[in-house]
Design a protein around this ligand. Sequence first.
Ligand SMILES: C[S@@+](CC[C@H](N)C(=O)[O-])C[C@H]1O[C@@H](n2cnc3c(N)ncnc32)[C@H](O)[C@@H]1O
Length: 192
Amino acid sequence: VTVSLLSADGQEIALPVERWMHDATTGEQDLLAEVRGPALDIGCGPGRHLVALNCRGVAALGIDTSPAAVALACRRGATALWRSVFDPLPGEGRWRTVLLLDGNIGIGGDPVALLRRVRRLLAPAGTVLAEVEPGVPTERLTVRLQRDGSPGPRFPWARVGDQALERLAVEGGLSVDERWSVEGRCFASLTS
Ligand SMILES: C[S@@+](CC[C@H](N)C(=O)[O-])C[C@H]1O[C@@H](n2cnc3c(N)ncnc32)[C@H](O)[C@@H]1O
């Protein structure tokens, strides 16, 4: 199955669905080893981070707007809800770690609005672990999910490059604590 995001201006962004269906990678495991529970994985997909956290004894909940993704995550033994990050959520203001991995900082198409929402979900002194794209310009897009060449409905999305993170974090009421790169991917921890 080939899955990509197709933007209104003709860009095709390949999605690493293969990676999402497997176990967390070594780089992801290292990142997850730092996670303090309870943790909320926003846009959890089929739940590989949740499974890895559960194996470490860290309480974690996933949310995703795709019922198929939530069903897959639950089948893998994770706890996940079919819910948008912008819906009322359990434990608002009490999550010690919020995950925005795999480009999920682009959810909703407005990273500042998303980071403001995430800030309200965090416990005092809580941490956001986010992934950004190295060397990519930050842009708001309208995209369609394309599976094997057939496009689905349009939805807002954003790509966030590593250079814009500082500014977006500040506008979202957060600050960047640390940044690191592993397996060609770029991660950062943010706190309020
Ligand atoms: C880039 S994929 C992430 C894949 C996932 N992290 C994994 O490990 O498989 C983005 C995910 O965010 C979900 N999503 C999109 N909008 C959302 C929203 N408003 N709230 C929660 N999840 C959302 C999508 O359904 C999709 O599964």
